[in-house]
Ligand binder design. Structure first.
Ligand SMILES: [Zn+2]
Ligand SMILES: [Zn+2]
Length: 360
């Protein structure tokens, strides 16, 4: 059954993009899985977060919102229960195939995310490895790829010297009328002429370079802006950066992002964790210690008197930024590890022995 995206976001159909964006941000923040207190709450949040993102992906895209609205209004089959839900029939917003959180998230990152109706798969799959901090703060990358592009000799027309004859199959119209049986009756539908692929003309003589295909395989690079907050294993969809076909379509580039590990930090969604070794005396007496942060500037933190080994300090907002949301960032967690000295100098040995006497 189709979900009502407007209800999911708690907005009206007539609301502006701005209102929708604000509503989305509020909900995304409220139901962010990182805010959940336990595993069950986390699961609920993930579900909710996923549907919020799904709704927003559709409603924030002008074309998709239009399609979705259209689908809802037409309501084929007399309503939602009839099996032909408008929204589903039109493909308006059913873009989410992913069953887990990571998939939905990656889709959300992608620009456009258009599921093509064409049967030809023109999508390209590549991967890129970036640094931990590049993932945290976003980066630009040039990715070398090999892909099908319009033939440079004939400009993609497939015709030598650009000379064409009119297509006889469609009389140069590019489309032919066909009767189609559909669940709601027989309808006349114009379909693309498969002799000329909708162009209404066919080459007089084929282009030598591409053998009339109109495409050639070329090495090229794409510049990609990787959004901040991306995590290892997520996939970006770059609309229109895939292969070109002779029918004039282009696929998407699906870029899997791998993130290198960091020498100090480990990551858990938007939080970062580090171990901080301190000495016995620092733990007992307290101290101020400089620690690294993601943003390169060292931060001085206070170790209180009598700190236990394993104690965890939380530095709010020093973690990974969340999407393009300026008011949400993960936290930095610092785990205190008290180092037991392996080698003692004579002076240290003496002091420890004296200390030991006092502790008896
Ligand atoms: Zn050519
Ligand atoms: Zn034709």
């Amino acid at each position: 059954m189709a979900k009502n995206y407007y209800e999911t976001l708690g907005v009206k159909k007539t609301d502006s993009d701005d209102v929708i964006k604000k509503a989305y941000k509020k909900l995304a923040l409220k139901y962010h899985p990182d805010k959940a207190s336990d595993d069950k709450a986390k699961k609920d949040c993930e579900e909710k977060f996923k549907s919020i993102n799904e709704a927003y992906t559709t409603l924030s895209d002008k074309t998709k919102r239009q399609q979705y609205d259209m689908g809802g209004r037409q309501g084929f089959g007399g309503g939602r229960s009839g099996g032909f839900s408008g929204a589903q029939g039109f493909g308006g917003g059913q873009g989410f195939g992913g069953s887990d959180f990571a998939d939905a998230f990656a889709d959300f990152f992608g620009s456009g995310n258009s599921r093509r109706q064409s049967r030809e798969n023109l999508d390209l799959y590549e991967s890129v490895t970036i640094k931990f901090t590049e993932a945290a703060f976003g980066c630009e990358k040039e990715i070398p790829i090999r892909k099908n592009v319009p033939c440079s000799a004939c400009g993609g027309s497939g015709a030598k010297d650009g000379k064409f004859d009119t297509c006889k199959n469609c009389d140069g119209q590019g489309r032919i009328q066909m009767q189609q049986r559909t669940p709601w009756g027989v309808i006349n539908q114009a379909v693309t002429c498969d002799v000329c692929n909708g162009r209404g003309k066919i080459p007089k003589e084929k282009c030598y370079t591409c053998n009339g295909n109109g495409i050639e395989n070329k090495k090229t690079t794409v510049k990609i802006s990787i959004p901040k907050g991306i995590d290892d294993g997520q996939t970006l969809r770059i609309s229109g950066a895939g292969n070109a076909s002779k029918h004039g379509n282009t696929g998407d580039l699906l870029l899997e992002v791998h993130v290198k590990s960091h020498k100090v930090f480990t990551r858990d969604r938007f939080d970062i964790h580090m171990d901080l070794p301190i000495t016995f005396s620092q733990a007992a007496l307290g101290d101020k210690i400089k620690i690294p942060t993601l943003s390169d500037e060292d931060l001085k933190i206070k170790i209180v008197k009598g700190t236990e080994s394993g104690a965890v300090l939380r530095l709010k907002g020093k973690g990974i930024p969340f999407l393009d949301d300026p008011f949400y960032k993960g936290d930095q967690f610092v785990k205190i590890i008290i180092k037991t000295p392996k080698k003692l100098s004579k002076a240290q040995m003496k002091l420890f022995q004296e200390l030991s006497k006092l502790e008896k």
